[in-house]
Design a protein around this ligand. Structure first.
Ligand code: ADP
Ligand code: MG
Length: 342
């Protein structure tokens, strides 16, 4: 059993600038495993960008073209466990022999080997044996070979023998294509506006992109509602807020003041003039929404108010947002400004 996940194919692996090189190397390898200069193929990226998917896709493609090849997918975590068990039960040689028989060995999350001396030693021997015999090795990692810590130099240097290639964060077009594919797969339809919003706002991680879509669908099903932009904004607000940790209260105050053409001094003063109160309340509302500051700390920074005032401001904004069209348009405008790239 090759342990390959048949859901992760080349067909449903969307190509983009972010993964083009890795994908194309993978395709070439699948045609001639062990017969290209990409040995090992070392794919690295941060989480959720498609390493595991691509690794399975290569394995499946090898099997599709040459069913007689022995392909094995294993995570380094599992490899370590197996090795420990083999050592305990005095089956080290069987363990090594088993791995040396494989034509295409795919080891996912190789960085997990860091700090594990015994596993590094045994993997070194398996690697050498396979490589010398023209067998294909495919490795994935969350770091480039040079950045992996606590791994013997002789292993690191072997990781660099073939091709090391990074998968980067997908660009907007690729994100949109991934969303569209998933939508088709799930048999649902979303408006262009909604897709655009998701693709614009969830940028760093494809797993998160898929997760967002799932939670939106779940929300809509649960509430028997149509999937509107508003519902999507609500569902994703947490995720998006979390990725905007660099928005500061100062930034929010400046933006709000700029938008309503009022001075910071006025915003921070005790004046109860209506337009200034409104700007102040909005600043508090956005500070609550986009920073991790507590209500009392927001109050202190925006005109030395107490936490009850901030809470009241947030409630007022929520109410007006529902009932006052013009006010809603202010909130939407400011939201857009705050969530566009900074
Ligand atoms: P990693 O191993 O780098 O953490 P995964 O391979 O687990 O990432 O990918 C996370 C999710 O994103 C998976 O569901 C995978 O199918 C999906 N995914 C990643 N890249 C693509 C892509 N290019 N096209 C379609 N889906 C993708
Ligand atoms: Mg993975």
């Amino acid at each position: 059993d090759s342990q390959l996940n048949t859901n992760y194919t080349f067909d449903n692996f969307i190509e983009g600038d972010s993964n083009r090189l890795a994908r194309s190397a993978g395709k070439q390898i699948a045609k001639r495993p062990g017969g290209t200069s990409f040995n090992p193929l070392f794919i690295y990226s941060s989480v959720g960008l498609g390493k595991t998917h691509l690794a399975h896709a290569i394995g499946l493609e090898v099997k599709r073209i040459q069913a007689e090849k022995t392909v094995l997918y294993v995570s380094m975590e599992k490899f370590c466990q197996q090795f420990q068990e083999a050592t305990k039960s005095n089956n080290r040689n069987d363990f090594i022999h088993f791995y040396q028989m494989i034509d295409v060995l795919i080891v996912d999350d190789i960085h997990f080997i860091s700090g594990k001396k015994g596993t590094q030693e045994v993997f070194f021997h398996i690697f050498n044996h396979l490589h010398q015999n023209g067998k294909q090795i495919i490795l994935t990692s969350d770091k480039s070979p040079v950045d992996i810590q606590d791994v013997e130099q002789r292993l690191i240097s072997r990781f660099k023998w073939g091709l090391s290639t990074e998968i980067q964060s997908p660009d907007y077009t690729t994100r949109l294509a991934i969303l569209q594919q998933k939508m088709e797969f799930d048999g649902i339809a979303l408006s262009e506006e909604v897709l655009d919003y998701i693709a614009k706002n969830i940028k760093t991680n494809i797993r998160e992109l898929e997760g967002s879509l799932n939670s939106i669908i779940a929300q809509a099903t649960f509430n028997k509602k149509e999937i509107t932009l508003e519902l999507v904004e609500k569902t994703l607000s947490n995720l998006i807020t979390n990725s905007k940790k660099d928005i500061t209260i100062e930034y929010i105050q400046n933006l709000v003041c700029d938008y309503f053409k009022v001075s910071i001094d006025a915003l921070q003063s005790k004046t109860r003039k209506r337009d200034i109160v409104q700007a102040r309340q909005l600043a508090m509302y956005f500070a609550k929404k986009y920073t991790n500051a507590s209500l009392s700390s927001i109050g202190i920074q925006i005109g030395k108010r107490d936490h009850a005032t901030v809470l009241h401001a947030c409630k007022t904004v929520d109410n007006l947002f529902e009932t006052d069209k013009l006010f809603k348009s202010y909130v939407d405008d400011l939201n857009k400004k705050l969530t566009s790239d900074i």
